[in-house]
Design a protein around this ligand. Sequence first.
Ligand SMILES: [Zn+2]
Length: 293
Amino acid sequence: MSSVINNRARKPRLRQKPFSTPSPVSTIEDFTAFNARAFFDALIVDIENGIEEMKLQSPWVTHRRLDALLPVLEAAVKRGMTLCCFLREPDFWPHRGNPDLDVETKREHADCEELFNALRNIGAHVNIRPSIHEKIHVIDNLITWDGSLNALSHRNTFERMTRLTSRHFAMETITKWRLDTCIECWNNRCRLSFGKAQTQLHVQLLAEQLLQARRPCMSQYSIADLAGIDQAMICRLEAGSANIKNGLLVQMAGILGYELIPVPNVLVPAVTTYIHEQLSARGARLGQKSKRK
Ligand SMILES: [Zn+2]
């Protein structure tokens, strides 16, 4: 079996809060129910028309179904869409690599690793979560697919999927089912975005990132001198062992030639890609220049 779970008994880990309050606003503009056969054609059209991002929660994955969907997903990522996948954690996943696991579990872990890597290789974000069973896909914070069918593993069972068009419903679904907590999106923001410096941790991470940019342009002494702080403080900040205040972060950014710009969440992937491209192109130009000298 190439699914990501097996049937071995396992204590359920249910941490979800009850959602007892219905939405006070009904803003569903359009909804249609699909059977399994019609679902894939309609989903593919939605992915092909997608612009910014897709949240794809399919607890189970199989080679057969993934192979069929991978080209359209890969094309979407190449167009610039952010694809955040949420997949179910296989049994005993935290203990993978342990030689004491039984043969069947080891084989299953290897199989899952292959499937997860196939998604990573096309640029998808892969989030592994325990106990999830909901099948949800949200495209561009507008279209929500919700129902019983696993888009990445379905074979031949009778299923039902409903397509709803509503920004309010899509955003509510993303929030309630924690589809806005993709770990790779978060890491990308920490690496390159300066838009979420509300917490001390964020501020500290941003300071570390900024200070990495000083090498080899400026010494710790020169930055400390310009910022009016002790060199030892710069040293501790670079090592991630000192707290920093927002004001000093802004000041250091200015000294290092950076601006702190708030970026709407939805634009973070596009801005991140643009910055990567521009910095790579700049690095290549500088490399060519130094070769000519
Ligand atoms: Zn993501």
